[in-house]
Each structure stands twice: as C-alpha cells, then as structure tokens.
Design a binder for this molecule. Sequence first.
Ligand code: OGA
Ligand code: NI
Length: 351
Amino acid sequence: MASYGVVENMFVQELARNGQDPPLPYITREDDRPTNVSSPASPIPAVDLELLFSSDGDSQTSEMDKLRSALHSWGLFQAIGHGIPSSLIDDVGKIAREFFHLPTEEKRKYSKAVWREGNETDEIALEGQVIEWCDHLYLQVLPEDERDLSCWPENPSSLREILNEYTKKIKVVIEVTLKAMAKLLDLEEDYFIKQIGDKATTFARFNYYPRCSRPDLVLGIKSHSDGSGITILLPDQMVDGLEVLKDGQWVNVHAIPYALIINVGDQMEIMSNGIFKSPVHRAVTNSEKERISLAMFLAVDGEKEISPADELIDEDKGQPRLYKKLKVKEYLGVYYQNSLQGKRSIDWAKV
Ligand code: OGA
Ligand code: NI
C-alpha cells in the first residue's frame, strides 16, 4: 500500500519519538475523538477477591453484593485482595517498559509477536480503517504446552520468568472470579471453569502507548468490547487512559494502586445469557507521558461451543434465550474481522 508507506513496518513509538503529529491513517473520525470524558460520579467499584470466599458469612455476602452490583452497572470492577505481590506487579511494569524501549531492530526479532494493526499491509488496506496509537506484544501464555517460546523475548532477560510467575498468579485470580460469577447466577460453582474447558487459552497483550502530540485526534485502542470470557487488565500505576462507556458517556477508569481491572468479555455475556454485559471501552493517549498496560484475555477452548446456560433460560419467567449456540473459533473469526472495522460482534451472536 504505497499511500500508507509512512506507517508500514513502523512502530508508533518511532513516530512519537520524532515528535511528529499523527499521520492521516491515525486520525480518528470526528465523532470518535476522545473529548468530553466525564470523571466517574462514583468511582469504579472495588471488590476484595479474598473476601468473596471468606468464612465470615457477613463479609462474604457483602462482597458478593459488591461484585453483583459492579458487574450489573459497569461490566467491570477493580480487584483488590488478589494475592499478587506488589513487587511482582512492579516487575511486570518494568520488563514491559524495558522491552518497548529496546531499539526497533531488536524488537523486530519478535515481529511475530510485536504485532500492531497496520504492520500488515492487508490490514491497513481496509478502507477507512483508523490505526491505533499503540504498539503491542502479544503472547499466548496458557495452556502452558501451547506457548510458542520463540516469540517470547529474551530481552530483557527476566521477561520470561516474570511473565511466567505473573501468569501463575493470574490463573488463580481467574478461577476465583469465575467461581464467584457462577455463584452470583446460582450456577454450580465450577460451571464456567468447566465451560471454558481444559484447553482454555489465555493471551497476554502488553500495550504500549507512546506520548502523542495530538491526543485529541487519536485513540490508543478504539472503542471495542473484548472477545474474551473475562479480561484481567493490569493498568499503568501512574498514568490513566482506559475509558468505559457507561449510560452513553465515556468515563475515565482510575484504578487504586496495584488493583487489577477485571471486565466481562463477549463470551461471558453469551454464557450468562446477557445478565453480565461485556462493556464497551477504549484507551486514550496523552501528550505528557507514555503509558503501559497488560491485558490477559481468558477464552473458552476454541474447539468448544458456547451457549447461554440452560439454567438461565426460562421462557415462562420472561427469560428467553438471547444468544445462539456457537463455536468459539467461529465467533473469534467474526470478532477479528469486525474489530478491524471497529464493529462489535455480539449482535451477530444474538438469536
Ligand atoms: C485491551 C484494552 C485497555 C488499556 O487491551 O483490550 O482494552 O487500558 N486495553 O490498555
Ligand atoms: Ni479491551
């Protein structure tokens, strides 16, 4: 694509370093531009994961209530009491920053994993597609035996070990969250764990948002909902940038230090028959500071089918089935195609 030569095989970071204003393919349509963000009237609810299964009945009930209310009103919550040491969280931030600060030539060694929209000519060939102000490092972390270690950077040297440690902790967070969500729906505690299957996949996506001279014109990540079951985001400890669409308004998500942001994904919306909604969110940039985040996407085994839980469907009680039964792989294919065009896929899954 000669007309886009300027962005081909170029990291956004390089554009940012040159201090140049964003080239045309990065400029979002006028109605998508990140203006008019309101700060949350009430902060994003925090849920203490440890209390969700506390032996003290009262605190357990009250924490479950908080989770229910957060999922109903926001589709996301900040998780505290998650058991991940702050030092490990700091290490994750550190290796991510170190990796993205490596010379471009070094990062190119991992170009299979250092993926970003626009790197592939085919992808930017889509008419009207706006490119995001973000570089990614995208690695499958689970199941362990499906890791492609040739994509895992050896530089910084502790990256593999730290990501492995962090993944182990996240696995526990995922389990606790899925159990609590099943309980909220009066399903068997292991319902979602069984649904996602033995071959549940988890991808780690490090997002790197360089500073941008015109944050009013670009988006770090365009408006989307995640195609996952659930997503566990480790936000930047210093810099905000995640926004969630609530009641038609973009709201800045400001996290408590060392909290994780956990959100419902499309697969969970389907399995819960729409009781849990996968929130629409985006990431914005700023002109002062770069920002880093790590999203862990948990998805159902691609070979499996998902469907709303039978227990949640009752025509007589006015709870009709809202989503079709569909193969996860097929959903993700549709999701990927749609997301290139900035479209959501959940409507496609509706009956
Ligand atoms: C994502 C995402 C938000 C962020 O990676 O899907 O929504 O704050 N990231 O980086
Ligand atoms: Ni997302």
